[in-house]
Design a protein around this ligand. Structure first.
Ligand code: SF4
Length: 336
């Protein structure tokens, strides 16, 4: 056992702590938008009237399997869903470009929209910025459905997805000229994929701002990283600071961008961090010198998967987290 000192009403209380223990981030797992999308899909699901979400309804294979049993099965496109006999298609929490509603209507399919309102906000903002004459940069992964959807809603060729300056079509600040030089237009605005890391967004924006501002350029940064994503990253920081964590396990599907980000945040805080999908992926070597294992989970990770990872750690000699995994507040609605 180790001990921890708490200050209570001027008295110092020594609290005995197990030497090997699991601690969990205060905010982890399903975010508000994913929980909402799943509720909509589950309420509409009927095995007799199957639904085909276009793309992954959630980046978690266990949940995808559970939904499949209730008649919810992903399709790559509206055309494919219609070809497989589906009469209902769904837009996932990540959102889609406006073309999808048109395709569903043309195919005579019912459309169920589970787009997270925080993503809808970014789509509307993209349209507004384009109307105001900005060239739109979406800071994020070009392949991600959310980013592709935001660019679709922008509805212009003057929009690009970028994660680093080298992804942009410009390579020099405004006012420079010469062979092979390409400079930004006068007005450039940046929005972010909702699940990105705020520090990385700021570093990207600072570099881009320095390219746009010379010669009367106008630069606008809109921080559209969603509150639940920021909260997950902040909760992980607090966990590392307060509990002297030796190893971090970030639980989430392989394709979950925000889980990957949590593992990166853990690593950037100097803690050995691993992105895992299932309990059996925990490598004994990671735990060899680890007394305190910190657990966090991405926005699409269900509670039972988190619980299974904690149970696995308990079976390997770690004390379970005090107070369980987390309380969920059914009244919570993020700021947007
Ligand atoms: S991560 Fe944020 S934007 Fe994405 S679904 Fe969850 S709450 Fe909505």
């Amino acid at each position: 056992m180790t001990s921890e000192t708490n200050i209570d009403a001027g008295r110092q209380i020594e609290t005995a702590m197990p030497a090997k223990r699991v601690v969990v981030a205060q905010e982890l797992g399903y975010c508000w938008g994913v929980r909402r999308a799943l509720e909509i899909i589950e309420a509409a699901a009927e095995p007799a009237a199957p639904i085909a979400p276009i793309g992954d309804v959630i980046h978690n294979p266990q949940v995808v399997e559970r939904l499949r049993e209730r008649g919810v099965q992903g399709a790559a496109s509206v055309e494919q869903a219609a070809g497989r006999g589906f009469r209902r298609v769904a837009i996932t929490a990540h959102g889609m470009g406006p073309h999808l509603a048109g395709e569903a209507a043309s195919a005579g399919l019912e459309l169920i929209d589970t787009t997270c309102p925080l993503v809808t906000k970014v789509q509307r903002l993209a349209q507004k910025l384009v109307r105001q004459g900005y060239f739109l940069v979406v800071y994020g992964d070009a392949y991600h459905p959310e980013v592709r959807g935001v660019i679709g809603w922008a509805g212009t060729s003057k929009a690009v997805a970028a994660k680093k300056i080298a992804d942009l079509p410009w390579n020099a600040p405004r006012g420079t000229s010469g062979e092979g030089i390409s400079t930004p237009p006068r007005k450039v605005a940046v929005v972010s994929q909702t699940t990105k890391n705020v520090k990385e967004l700021m570093a990207f924006a600072q570099e881009l701002q320095a390219m746009v501002m010379p010669e009367g350029g106008e630069f606008r940064l809109c921080n559209t990283i969603c509150e639940p994503t920021s909260e997950r990253q902040n909760a992980l920081r607090r966990l590392v600071e307060q509990d002297r964590v030796d190893v971090i396990l970030a639980i989430g599907g392989r394709k979950s961008s925000n889980t990957a980000r949590l593992a990166e945040v853990g690593q950037s805080l100097g803690v050995d961090s691993h992105h895992i999908e299932r309990p059996d992926e925990i490598d004994d070597a990671w735990l060899q010198d680890a007394a305190v294992v910190g657990v966090t989970a991405g926005a699409s990770t269900p509670d039972d998967v988190i619980e299974a990872v904690v149970a696995e750690l308990v079976s390997r000699g770690y004390a379970a987290p005090e107070g369980g995994i987390r309380p969920t507040d059914p009244e919570y609605v993020p700021a947007y």
